[in-house]
Design a protein around this ligand. Structure first.
Ligand code: FGO
Length: 419
């Protein structure tokens, strides 16, 4: 029995790696013959997102044989990607296409590096207006929402059944359910990464906002309360901070009950879970789902490449945002279909029939929240706010102390005093 499981796991892994290699090899051949090559720098290290992106490129290149090819190139994780793009500004070797968060777009606009996409995106009126709005800066479009995720609730259905408890619908119910099960199991069952993404769940749903009177504020009363909830969860034994790797990489190291994590983790969670994995809209307030942070990226086109590459890049963004491409990409990965017509596609209809849970991702996208789209935000969310969250969760400072210090750093940064 054990051997069979191992064999199956090995075969599944091998076939994925093999499929990935195959798509990459096909693209290599496609691009060797192509008169125009548009590079697409991305932050997908592997797994279903990378395979799905490569598959889209293979299909696009087939349709444009003799004309040109798009070549996805992984640059590490998302932050490595933005670091490499900043270096490419100086080196003058920018790609035609890249993934970017909205705050990256704000920064690249300051460098006058981006091609406006008004008149380029042919599917515009089919795209989710929330996502489109987020890529509009000073009235102009600078990105194509591509792989946009939303925070959802992941839960262990076996564990809830064992304890005879329903899926929590409100913040209070969430905490009391996590407390009850944790007490009965003798260990914390709400798992979270002590970072800005998890923090955003508690922060937004406790009424928090990062912008007050045009200023970035990370130490508001709501922020302190959100961080105190995470810290007290750990102290009171109902929450566990996962300090290394993704949550799905930690299954097997204790009893997993819940997490509030990106919908793009769905394929990874499904693969890793040895329990009946459930997903639900986030516990919220007043009978409504909670607000879920939107993550994932948009596709951008850099100005400083030749016209033939820009034209091909424009065709690529239209291809990947079509209803069919979005249906396939979403079903394979857990990203929200950015094209509202994708749900009518047979590929997504079939997927929803087999996986009715997936409706959750589509429903949660109606309760979405964004972080500020300002050029400094990436540094703030990782090096300032992210550090403060870690310090407080690891007990090195109280939530208030950590966030007050972070606020001072934010103000120094915004005043141009630190880099
Ligand atoms: C990730 C990061 C940002 C910004 C948010 C920003 C930069 C967060 C968060 C920091 O595409 P999403 O939803 O999910 C990612 C997807 C592809 O890699 O799959 C998720 N994944 C991957 C492997 C795995 O084992 N499990 C799994 O869930 C992966 O998270 O993006 C969410 C996680 C983080 O990267 O640690 O977006 N994020 N805002 N990053 N640079 N800048 O402004």
């Amino acid at each position: 029995m054990k051997r069979t499981v191992w064999l199956l796991a090995f075969l599944a892994f091998f076939s994925l790696a093999f499929a990935q290699q195959k798509a990459e090899d096909i693209i290599k051949v496609q691009c060797e013959k192509a008169p125009v090559v548009a590079e697409l720098w991305h932050g997908f290290r592997g797994g279903a997102p990378r395979a799905a992106l490569d598959n889209l490129a293979v299909e696009f290149n087939k349709m444009h044989e003799g004309e040109g090819c798009v070549r996805p190139i992984n640059q590490g994780g998302y932050r490595d990607l933005s670091t490499k793009i900043k270096a490419a500004f100086a080196a003058g070797n920018l790609p035609a296409l890249a993934q970017a968060f909205e705050n990256n777009i704000a920064l690249y606009i300051e460098a006058d590096a981006l091609m406006p996409l008004d008149g380029v995106i042919s599917n515009l009126d089919q795209l989710n207006p929330l996502f489109v709005n987020a890529v509009r800066f000073n009235g102009k479009l600078y990105g194509l929402p591509f792989n946009k995720s939303v925070l959802i609730l992941y839960y262990n259905r076996d564990l809830l059944n064992k304890h005879g408890l329903p899926v929590p619908k409100t913040l209070d119910e969430f905490i009391s359910t996590a407390k009850k099960i944790s007490a009965a199991e003798g260990q914390p069952v709400y798992w979270f990464r002590p970072d800005t993404s998890t923090f955003s769940y508690w922060f937004f749903n406790m009424g928090g906002s990062y912008v007050h009177d045009g200023k970035i504020v990370v130490n508001s009363p709501e922020a302190v309360k959100a961080l105190e909830t995470m810290v007290s969860g750990v102290k009171d034994g109902w929450a566990k901070a996962i300090t290394s790797g993704y949550i799905n990489q930690n299954f097997g190291k204790g009893v997993f009950g819940f997490s509030t994590d990106t919908s793009a983790g769905y394929s990874y969670y499904l693969k890793a879970a040895k329990f009946d994995l459930g997903i639900a809209t986030l516990p919220g307030n007043d009978g409504k789902p909670g607000l879920g942070l939107v993550q994932g990226t948009d596709l951008i086109i850099f100005q400083d490449v030749d016209e033939a590459q820009k034209k091909l890049a424009g065709e690529f963004i239209n291809f990947v945002s079509s209803p069919k491409a979005q249906a396939l990409f979403s079903a394979a990965t857990g990203y929200v279909p950015v094209n509202l017509k994708a749900v009518d596609e047979p590929a997504l209809q079939d997927y929803l029939m087999d996986n009715p849970d997936f409706k959750v991702v589509i429903e949660q996208a109606n309760y979405a929240a964004f972080e500020p789209a300002i050029a400094e935000w990436e540094q703030i969310r990782f090096d300032i706010l992210g550090q403060a969250i870690k310090e407080a969760v690891l007990g090195k400072a109280t939530p208030k102390e950590a966030l007050d210090k972070a606020q001072k750093q934010v103000e120094d940064l915004m005043a141009g005093r630190i880099r």
